[in-house]
Write a protein that binds this ligand. Structure first.
Ligand code: COA
Length: 712
């Protein structure tokens, strides 16, 4: 869809809003939306449109949009599907800028052509469509509540973009309970035109918005989403909840790489790459939004736990490991800070244990000591209900210390656990917007989210690393295979692609007869592997077409004869081009590197443990291409088997540089070579440092309906 249109600002800050289908009937959606707009305090022009005319909620009703006259920034369409297309056309003809199409009954029920027609008519006239099939939007900047959910949304600093209607409406209620104010909320529904990336472009620069929460079901233009998210997450935290699988991602994958890359795995890894915080549940997402929208950013990673319960302190320590929160462990400094405020039988080590006898002044003393010390960057304060604690002061103690931390710009978070007193304090403090949670893991998860965001936002942009490859040579190989009617490359062609990409493979030659095979073997040295070369024999081993570990001239002669007679006997009509004589690659750490055009995110790379157990171990990870060498290192560190590359049990470190180089080279090929849809190298043998890595086996699939070989 063309994206040129009006400045997205007019969607969030419209100067005039028309409701097409504004109803006289208070039970109808067209009435409810108008009521929310009026009662929400919108100060621009409101234009209710209904052929019956009259008056609704004290506003004059126009019989048509044309009658209303004037420039219209935002139209809200709430007429049934059979009238919606005409209504949208009218609005586009009159030059309206944005149209929220509330109406259901389009692509979500199979009416794809109708939706496309409505959207392209609008886009051709410069009007952008939100939806169809949405509940509307809210924008605190314009005091505009244009949805048909419960009114009375409180303005705040969390922006929500949701693909689910029902869940989105429920979120409005939940934000009220959680005392989480909203800066903007947009229901994107079928995403016929406007999608998350368009809205993020506005929200990332929107002053009122401190955190962006997205509920995503499927990704359309993933390439663009990645670019926009990478920019947005440097400015503010973006939290994502995703359910389901993208429609196109569910299409059976064409290769090994694809079948491993359940689209959700790709989504998850790409979100991490973009610096997005993916929440596992709605509650976790809300917790993150609540905390991140109010928390200061830390100055460093020295975190201290202050607790009155030893057990809960240990639980929090476990949680810190899980969520990668770094606990400060300079015991001498900790002692100097906390000794004056900790009882003799407590502990000044992290977690700092004030013991079960601690009272509110003890907590205040320890929290103030941590606040004043510049070595400490953030504090997790854990309160367990005890009989000796002066419970009446709990709320006040937390409120006051939280305020001191806020004023000083140092992050603090509280966990309050216990009976009714604790629960009451939790409820009161939540209402006041203090960062307090019940469960310790929930609390630490928020701190983990803060640090993930902070690390991403404060890291230097890593840039992009690409390799020098011979694109023209690859294009020629792809074109020749296409001319031969194939959508895959033969072994020798795959090898030629690797050569053009600068990726090392074992030395290989194709012998046309026995004498040649023997000569090649003598020249190359032993041990060797021999394989039949025939486009008619795909499963070479099954047909007796492979011989491994050949040590000398006699074995080469025997193997040549055996392979030829096996293949002639089992596949009598096979066209045999010769026998491949290859250097037998010594064993090393077996890795897999896949490069694939993902239906949602475009060029992606998979990396992980290779060999024959890939499918079982599923120790793989993904990235959207292009990326930096630093990102490729992060990618390597994500797999469980990473220590094997560093060398275990006295083994040497493997040639990680060569593996990285292969990843970057394959990324460059999949990005630049249009004609290739999938490449899988398995195994990529990684040898000891300085010995390199070799692509032992490779499969290449070609893109559907693609003529040329490269993008160049
Ligand atoms: N221009 C302006 N107003 C028009 C019109 C037109 N071309 N055609 C009809 N209207 C008026 C009707 O007269 C009616 O007003 P009235 O009640 O005063 O008579 C009003 O528009 C609404 O039309 P109606 O036929 O009563 O429709 P409805 O209110 O029952 O349903 C929708 C309209 C859009 C709500 C419904 O079709 C729909 O899609 N519902 C699902 C919405 C949804 O769930 N979205 C996704 C949420 S996540």
């Amino acid at each position: 869809m063309p994206r040129d249109g009006h400045d997205i600002k007019y969607l969030f800050e419209p100067r005039s809003v028309a409701v097409i289908g504004a109803s006289h009937n208070a039970q109808k959606i067209g009435y409810k939306i108008l009521q929310n707009i009026v009662e929400g305090g919108y100060e621009g022009r409101i234009l209710p449109v209904n052929p019956k005319g009259g008056e609704i909620l004290g506003l004059p009703v126009y019989t048509s949009l044309a009658e209303a006259g004037g420039e219209v920034d935002l139209v809200i369409t709430t007429v049934p599907a059979k009238f919606a297309t005409a209504a949208v056309r009218d609005a586009a003809d009159l030059g309206a800028k944005f149209n929220l199409v509330i109406t259901s009954g389009f692509s979500e029920v199979g009416n794809i052509a109708e939706e496309r027609e409505l959207t392209s008519y609008a886009l051709e006239r410069g009007m952008r469509i939100i939806g169809p099939n949405i509940f509307g939007m809210f924008s605190a900047s314009a005091k505009l509540d244009a949805n048909f959910g419960p009114g009375g949304i409180s303005a705040g600093s969390v922006a929500i973009i949701t693909q689910s209607g029902a869940l989105g409406l429920a979120m409005i209620g939940k934000t009220a309970v959680e005392n989480m104010g909203i800066s903007a909320m947009v229901s994107v529904g079928n995403k016929a035109d406007i999608e998350e990336a368009d809205l993020l472009e506005y929200l990332m620069h929107h002053d009122l918005t401190k955190v962006i929460l997205m509920y995503v079901e499927g990704v359309g233009d993933g390439d663009r989403l990645v670019d926009v998210l990478e920019e947005a997450t440097r400015l503010k935290p973006v939290v994502v909840i995703k359910s389901g699988r993208s429609k196109r991602g569910a299409v059976a994958a064409a290769s090994h790489t694809g079948s491993l890359a359940g689209s959700d795995d790709v989504f998850d890894a790409v979100m991490r790459q973009c610096g997005v915080l993916r929440a596992e549940s709605i509650q976790e997402a809300f917790n993150l939004c609540k905390f991140l929208s109010t928390s200061s950013m830390p100055a460093g990673e020295n975190v201290v736990i202050v607790t009155n319960g030893g057990g809960i302190g240990v639980l929090a320590t476990d949680a810190c490991e899980k969520y990668n929160v770094k606990l400060y462990d300079d015991n001498e400094t900790l002692k100097s800070i906390f000794d004056p405020v900790t009882p003799d039988f407590g502990s000044t080590k992290n977690p700092v244990d004030l013991t079960g006898g601690a009272t509110s002044p003890d907590f205040t003393g320890a929290l103030n000591a941590a606040l004043e010390h510049e070595e400490i960057d953030a504090v997790i304060s854990l309160y367990c209900e005890t009989a000796v604690f002066d419970a009446d002061n709990l709320t006040e103690m937390i409120e006051q210390t939280a305020e001191s931390y806020r004023a000083a710009g140092k992050p603090v978070i509280y966990s309050v656990f216990g009976g009714s007193t604790a629960e009451a304090a939790l409820a009161t403090l939540t209402k006041k917007g203090v960062p307090v949670f019940g469960d310790v893991y929930e609390t630490v998860a928020c701190v983990g989210g803060l640090y993930r965001h902070w690390r991403n936002a404060s890291a230097q942009p890593a840039g992009i690393d690409e390799a020098e490859i011979d694109e023209a040579a690859i294009a020629r190989i792809v074109d020749a295979a296409r001319a031969d009617g194939r959508s895959f490359l033969l072994a020798q062609e795959g090898k030629d692609v690797m050569e053009a990409a600068g990726i090392k493979m074992p030395e290989t030659r194709v012998a046309k007869n026995m004498d040649e095979a023997v000569r090649f073997a003598e020249e190359m040295g032993y041990p060797l592997v021999m394989k039949i070369v025939s486009r008619d024999i795909l499963h070479k081993s099954d047909m007796g077409g492979v011989a491994l570990d050949l040590e000398n001239r006699e074995e080469v002669i025997d193997a040549y004869q055996a392979i030829m007679s096996n293949c002639r006997a089992r596949v009598p009509h096979a066209r045999i081009q010769g026998i491949q004589v290859s250097e037998m690659a010594p064993s090393g750490v077996e890795l897999i590197v896949g490069a694939r055009k993902d239906p949602a995110f475009g060029p992606t790379i998979m990396f992980g443990m290779g060999g024959i157990y890939v499918e079982v171990l599923k120790d793989v990870t993904f990235r959207a291409v292009p990326f930096s060498r630093a990102e490729a290192i992060e990618m390597m560190k994500e797999i469980r088997a990473y220590p094997l590359l560093l060398g275990v049990r006295g083994e040497e470190r493997k040639d990680i540089e060569s593996v990285l180089d292969t990843i970057i080279r394959l990324g460059t090929v999949i990005q630049r070579c249009d004609g290739i849809s999938d490449i899988e190298v398995n195994p990529l043998m990684a040898y000891e440092q300085g010995q390199g890595a070799k692509a032992v086996d490779i499969r290449v699939l070609l893109s559907e309906n693609s003529g040329g070989g490269t993008n160049a």
